[in-house]
Write a protein that binds this ligand. Structure first.
Ligand code: COA
Length: 387
């Protein structure tokens, strides 16, 4: 196996992008990543595109081919493959690209993600997202994603000492970080009151406990580490790539407020990298709802079960805490274009490790982690990157 490095990264702004088409969103991110790597399209050997549900959101399938055509890669017959794993589509597209380069099959590979979610009414987007759960056992009986994560939150709060205020502080922190990120969908800081007084979505989760509906695209370029300096002075090495599965329904789980897929993927990533939680300078976790960040911090091993609320309250996970979590603003404030999120997480870590994160820069960051979840944890991708 060869060592792999990220040699370029690009991301569109996230938000409601009425004036940009699905394909042009992707093209924008792709161009930014290629420019960053100083590459021309014809130098690419392969491309993987994470996308959850373009068929439902923009009535378009055959995404690999569409994107290859509109990025000009089709004229060189460069292979382009769609990767789908619900909200973990981006994380898995990154992993497919890592595997392609590590195996020696391909040299220069683009890993990207794109989703355009705001072209349908809000009920339709909620229904499309429900396709990431088990339609027969969960969707058809009325469970939505906010509903499923509300069940996780209720179970968690019954068993562990997490207060409503501590849960709200996850959103407060992520909005603080988002307000320092020029690509973020929400750039305003909020208070605990904002969260607690916002509209109830699925008890106990309120509007500001939820990630929003978002349009956006992100892309990164990978190369074998031994060739990385042909393209950039600041290659970011992929130290580990891990993926795990779990049951698709919540009711089949051993424990609904522990995501065993996160536990397994996290352990495997640390094992592959030969590192421990103490080595991680910052982590982007999948905070599709505030409770998801609480579970992720614990399931990845950064603290014991039941302690993440206290950690958040003490500021450990804040921008300048000892373990900054979601410096990008996370899914909550940066936004969550589902197929693109896993790549945006990598983009954030790359920016941080290169010292290019501006007002949210973590001084001396050398090792970062990403954690991308599909559904309520049926697919999990964890990556560790370092300089
Ligand atoms: N956080 C903060 N503000 C939000 C928000 C969020 N998550 N979602 C919407 N808003 C704001 C909008 O900006 C808008 O503000 P404005 O009136 O000042 O312009 C207002 O709330 C109403 O927006 P709207 O789009 O009508 O909200 P909605 O009620 O249709 O949708 C949710 C709100 C929470 C239901 C929707 O964002 C949602 O389903 N989120 C979860 C997405 C999800 O499940 N993703 C997959 C996870 S695995």
């Amino acid at each position: 196996m060869r060592d792999v490095a990220v040699i370029g990264a690009g991301c569109t702004t996230f938000g409601e992008k009425w004036n940009v088409s699905f394909r042009n969103l992707f093209v924008e991110a792709g161009i930014l990543a290629l420019e960053d790597a100083g590459l021309a399209g014809e130098q690419i050997d392969a491309m993987y595109v994470g996308n959850m549900s373009a068929g439902r959101f923009v009535e378009q399938e055959h995404i690999g081919a569409l994107i290859a055509d509109y990025t000009g890669l089709a004229s060189y017959h460069i292979p382009s493959t769609r990767v789908e794993a619900a909200c973990a589509s981006g994380g898995l597209s990154f992993r497919q690209a890592v595997i392609a380069v590590a195996s020696g099959m391909e040299d220069i590979v683009v890993a990207a993600g794109v989703e355009k979610m705001t072209d349908v009414a809000s009920g339709a987007s909620v229904d499309a997202l429900t396709g990431a759960a088990d339609r027969e056992w969960e969707g058809f009986v009325g469970a939505t994603f906010p509903g499923l994560y509300a069940m996780i939150a209720t179970d968690y709060m019954n068993r562990y000492p997490l207060t409503r205020e501590q849960l709200a502080l996850v959103a407060v922190k992520n909005h603080y970080n988002g307000a320092r990120n020029p690509i973020a969908q929400f750039q305003q800081e909020i208070t605990t009151e904002t969260v607690i007084r916002s509209a109830l979505v699925a008890d106990p989760l309120r509007l500001f406990d939820c990630s929003p509906i978002t349009d956006g695209a992100a892309a990164v370029v990978l190369a074998p580490l031994e060739r990385a300096r042909e393209f950039t002075d600041t290659p970011v090495k992929v130290l580990a790539s891990a993926q795990a599965s779990d049951t698709i329904t919540l009711h089949d789980r051993r424990d609904i407020s522990t995501l065993d897929g996160s536990v397994a993927a996290g352990r495997r990533a640390f094992e592959l990298a030969g590192l421990s939680t103490a080595d991680i300078d910052l982590v982007e976790v999948h905070d599709c709802f505030t409770i998801a960040e609480i579970c992720a911090i614990e399931d990845l091993g950064f603290c014991k079960k039941g302690e993440a609320g206290k950690l958040t309250e003490e500021g450990v996970t804040a921008l300048h805490g000892s373990l900054p979590v979601n410096t990008s603003g996370g899914l909550k404030a940066c936004g969550h274009p589902v197929g693109a999120t896993g790549i945006k997480q990598v983009y954030e870590i790359v920016q941080q490790l290169r010292g290019e994160a501006g007002r949210r820069q973590i001084d001396g960051a050398r090792i970062g982690m990403t954690h991308n979840v599909g559904g309520t944890g049926a697919t999990v991708a964890v990556h560790i990157l370092g300089v």
